[in-house]
Write a protein that binds this ligand. Sequence first.
Ligand code: PLP
Length: 453
Amino acid sequence: MDSRARNRTTAERDVDSVLHPYTNLIRHQEVGPLVITHGKGVKVFDEAGRDYFEGLAGLWCTSLGWGEERLVEAAAAQMRKLPFYHLFSHKTHDPAVELCERLLAMAPVPMSKVFLAGSGSEANDTALKLIRYRAHALGQPNKIKVIARDKAYHGVTVATAALTGLPNNHRSFGLPVDEVIRAACPHHYRFARPDESEEAYSSRLATELEAQILKEGPDTVAAFFAEPVMGAGGVIVPPAGYFPKIQAVLDKYDVLLVADEVICGFGRTGKMFGTETFGIRPDMMTLAKGLSSGYAPISALMVNQRVYGPVAEESGRIGVFGHGYTYGGHPVSAAVAVETLKIYAERDILAQVNAVAPVLQDGLAAFRGHPLVGETRGVGLIGAVELVADKASKAPFDAALGIGARVVAKAQAHGVILRAMGDTVAFAPPLIISAEEIRDLLRRFGQALDEAH
Ligand code: PLP
């Protein structure tokens, strides 16, 4: 650092040097960043020493909270022993093998193999490529279309951003969005007909999906991607009966189901995987975030034999499976993930989640009477509050008002970091949060709501 840099604040240097993801870059020049220096438990601290509840576990990932020394030690020990090696061309190392074995043992349905990558986007991108590779292997090169839902979030690579069903991930990027078959978002509160029960709504969505597959031609449709609970699209919990009904349609037309468990995996919904909570039988599962509690970048794609078998055959025919990332299965990340999974088991993270989940869900439900709140929803330790201009008609606020962002800014002033997806404020605290901490967090959120009103 030169002396000029030493005299300037981190915030000033940030504005001059960092291109921020998911940020209004022009506004950032004016308002600057919040500089986070460290964390402890479910809280992070800024450079002025103020503490904040991390209401979204960072980005839905820091399940064990900040300051978990066992993860620090696991990373340090692996750094000393083998800081880098790869899995290309028949090489391997123990942390990668142990991680894949553990994931296969935990899988809620029989899975054959695990592919390791660095991010959720990479795992989903790999799933897309395997779908295409498999289609060629099976002599069905046209069966490569994929279905993803409106408001889905599957990543930001060119291909996975096209799968993602959110306008801000598409606008001005010129993505191959038209190649994705867009299915309906299963949000009962917003999109069900008046007096339509959850079951009836789910049946209708399954019928609509079948019509879409028939219109495209079942011999061209390869896979359906779904988050068990849609996260970045606004924490949308599927209506009763949804996944079994959808799965029946997919089975009928030989369409694979890819469960994007990047947020839901590892206890977030009260079971180890969202697929278990909602009765899904996936052919592929993508995992990230909670896999390492966010302490190291790593993701995984699990595939069943239906997928692995043809893919392996094809690689034998071609001579190589020509796909892989330098950092896929990075030994330090893999060692941290293995330690994370050990901690989840030893501390019975599912019992912890289920003990405190009612405090979060009931606490959110208590805001239903608030003049700004249209719906509260959630499961396990994921939840949301949707703000509306008119409770009876469910009319949204004028977008220009930025009500969600306003509430989030006020919450931050009260020491709670949250994220708004449009007019929906999401909650996904570290899984280690106590009942008392949830109550404190929600009390502060309530103050923010009152002030934003
Ligand atoms: N899938 C889901 C459900 C996600 O929530 C995310 C990120 O939030 C991703 C995929 C992409 O993961 P990453 O940001 O690690 O690429």
